[in-house]
Ligand binder design. Structure first.
Ligand code: UT7
Length: 329
């Protein structure tokens, strides 16, 4: 963006927990049913951490695949960014834990929290490092392990989320390639539409916070839904405009996978057909920061995306945050 250096994603990887939780399984846990979940959200099953799996464990697996595909050793990574709202620990950062697991000892490492928009925020940050020539290779992980902070007694939220990790390596790429534009937004006045009340420094764990189930996700689903459709469309159009492209130029949209009805409504307004939209919510539910990198990885593995394709990625989530990026593959 102006420096003559173009930054782009050169490889991807993903890791998902082995354990599947189906809608039928949920019928035994809360007052819900497969038909409601499928028709209202598009979700059929999601992956849930087993006791051996953690955020950093999944991230390291996804990262190793992305590094291998980029033909880079862990020591060649200059910056390791982890977009997550579900770190293993309050401190240190998950990025430091992953750095040690994979041996990326030459990297600076930090976490970035922007709700489900975390991966796109991380992408924007990574691009700046490369384009201002302060880093050559960046490992960006979009990961969330929400199952430990989901209230398994609350049918409004527990049917929606899943665990997973996606990783990408960013580096210099050729002309007319890479990330063409990105635009991120936030509105903190809507923080309480989607939040976890307790467990931070303002309300640390106490018997009362546990009794009040304060350590679990609280969400006003319908309000987030209304907001989501508008911002998905507007931010995609804005990112396209910044990249001097039009919606007619798009080959693919990779949207955050929160609800298939949100995705369909946004695609209709963007005049995209179903083949142009990458959807995997049926198999994974909402994996927050992992949704987009996992969907990108799968679309590449299935050879849907070809060199030269124009792709928009768009997300929204807790904060509230939202944003979109446009890239030429
Ligand atoms: O990454 C960002 C994260 N968040 C989101 O993207 C969430 C966006 N919002 C949504 O996806 C939708 O609002 C939901 C899927 C969360 C809910 O769908 P909805 O169509 O907005 O339903 P609703 O909340 O208006 O609830 C409709 C009815 C209610 O019953 P009554 O009051 O009409 O009798 C709910 O109690 O559906 C009921 N309901 C359920 N029924 C069966 C809510 N959850 C369930 C459930 N199973 N799991």
């Amino acid at each position: 963006m102006g420096s003559g250096i173009n930054a782009g994603i050169i490889s991807t990887g993903k890791a998902l927990p082995v354990s599947r939780l189906t809608n039928k399984d949920l019928e035994d846990m809360v007052d819900t049913n497969d038909e409601w979940i499928k028709s209202r959200t598009g979700i059929e099953e999601r992956r849930i951490l087993t006791t051996e799996e953690t955020n950093s464990y999944l991230s390291a697996r996804a990262a190793r695949i992305a590094l291998e595909r980029a033909e880079l050793s862990p020591q060649e990574i200059d910056v390791l960014i982890v977009a997550t709202v579900t770190p293993d620990l309050i401190l240190p950062s998950t990025a430091c834990l992953i750095q040690d697991i994979i041996g990326a000892y030459n990297a600076s490492a930090f976490d970035l929290a922007a709700g489900c928009t975390g991966f796109l925020y991380g992408l924007q940050v990574a691009v700046q490092f490369i384009e201002n020539n302060s880093a050559r290779n960046i490992l960006l992980v979009g990961v969330d392990t929400l199952s430990p902070i989901v209230d398994w007694q609350d049918r409004n939220t527990c049917v929606l989320f899943g665990d997973g990790a996606g990783a990408v390596v960013l580096s210099r790429v050729g002309e007319e390639q890479g990330i063409l534009s990105s635009k991120m937004y936030s509105d903190g006045s809507k923080a309480k539409l989607l939040y976890v009340p307790s467990g931070g420094s303002s309300e640390p764990a106490r018997y009362r916070t546990i009794d009040e189930r304060g350590h679990y996700i609280k969400m006003n689903g319908p309000e987030v839904f209304k907001f989501a459709v508008t911002v998905m469309v507007d931010s995609t159009l804005h990112a396209l405009e910044l990249s001097q492209r039009k919606k007619e130029d798009l080959d693919f949209l990779i949207p955050h996978q929160a609800n298939v009805r949100i995705i369909k409504a946004a695609c209709k307004r963007l005049d995209l057909n179903s083949e142009q939209v990458i959807v995997n919510i049926n198999r994974y539910g909402n994996m927050s920061s992992a949704s987009i990198p996992v969907a990108l990885d799968e679309a590449l593995e299935e050879n849907k995306i070809q060199r030269g394709d124009l792709i928009a990625m768009v997300s929204f989530g807790a904060g509230l945050t939202w944003g979109a990026a446009v890239m030429q593959w």
